[in-house]
Design a protein around this ligand. Structure first.
Ligand SMILES: [Mn+2]
Length: 273
């Protein structure tokens, strides 16, 4: 389990910040709000595959305002807490990776020193509530590509921007592709000005599908299209116009040096509110 396989006429979303910001951030998808995509997955499970991202974890979606948003929309705090908990229950069942046509491996974050085989992903049992208990799961949701020297050897280093997980170099991508017998790794997790960016001699592609991210950044979005014959193409989405800020778009953020905050801190906040 943990690896789902779909090919024809399917939609895959690498999720992450999109889904858990579905209420506050539907502005990122002007025509298809993210909540709708979540419903599509439920209604049409063979056509829509959603992969879990780092925001589909309690720690992060609390910190970035998802619970706060639910609380604002539901008058009862108890109901809001219940809804937030149930959403996170659903997130804990989401797949961590997906294999398209046996040759394109997709995940939200990136590869891992523990990604020794595709079976290693399949062996991660779900529901998985705390992804940080499993290094492979954590890296699939959090890791980033980076050129940090040592070009001739596959290398991973501490991901200091995230405060957890790893960065991996181009050679690590090449080695992973060979070991896993895949041609391409597709991931999201980082905003790209053009909506996409290749890495490691086109063996890895970052896809970012939210134009004008957070209504603050002048970026385009992109979607990767895989034809039935395996041919890959990119669809660019134009930059959208800046929209006037509404109160409902405000995010709750908690200060911290990295994106990661200990769950204990969040629980303290919950008790105090
Ligand atoms: Mn992310």
């Amino acid at each position: 389990m943990g690896l789902s396989r779909r090919l024809r006429r399917s939609w895959l979303q690498l999720s992450g910040m999109h889904l858990s910001r579905l209420l506050a951030k539907s502005v990122c998808w002007p025509r298809i709000p993210n909540f709708q995509i979540f419903l599509f997955q439920i209604l049409f499970p063979r056509q829509y595959v959603l992969l879990r991202g780092n925001h589909e974890t309690k720690v992060i979606n609390f910190r970035y305002g998802f619970r706060h948003e639910i609380l604002r929309r539901l008058t009862s705090k108890r109901d809001a807490q219940e809804v937030w908990e149930r959403f996170n229950d659903a997130f804990s069942f989401m797949p961590l990776a997906c294999l398209i046509g046996h040759k394109i491996l997709c995940m939200h974050g990136g590869i891992s020193p523990d990604l020794v085989s595709l079976d290693a992903i399949r062996m991660i049992s779900r529901p998985l509530i705390d992804v940080n208990q499993n290094r492979l799961a954590q890296d699939l949701l959090w890791a980033d590509p980076e050129d940090f020297g040592r070009p001739n050897e596959a290398a991973f280093c501490w991901n200091k921007n995230r405060g957890l997980s790893v960065c991996f170099n181009a050679q690590a991508v090449s080695d992973a592709c060979r070991r896993l017998n895949v041609n391409l790794i597709v991931r999201a997790h980082q905003m790209m000005p053009n909506g996409f960016k290749f890495f490691a001699d086109r063996k890895l592609c970052t896809i970012f599908s939210a134009p004008r991210y957070m209504n603050e950044i002048d970026n385009a979005g992109a979607v990767l299209k895989v034809a039935a014959n395996g041919k890959v193409s990119l669809i660019m989405m134009k930059k959208s116009r800046i929209q006037s800020r509404q109160q409902s778009e405000e995010l709750t953020k908690f200060p911290g040096k990295s994106e990661y905050t200990a769950l204990a801190e969040i629980e303290r906040f919950s008790e105090g509110n």
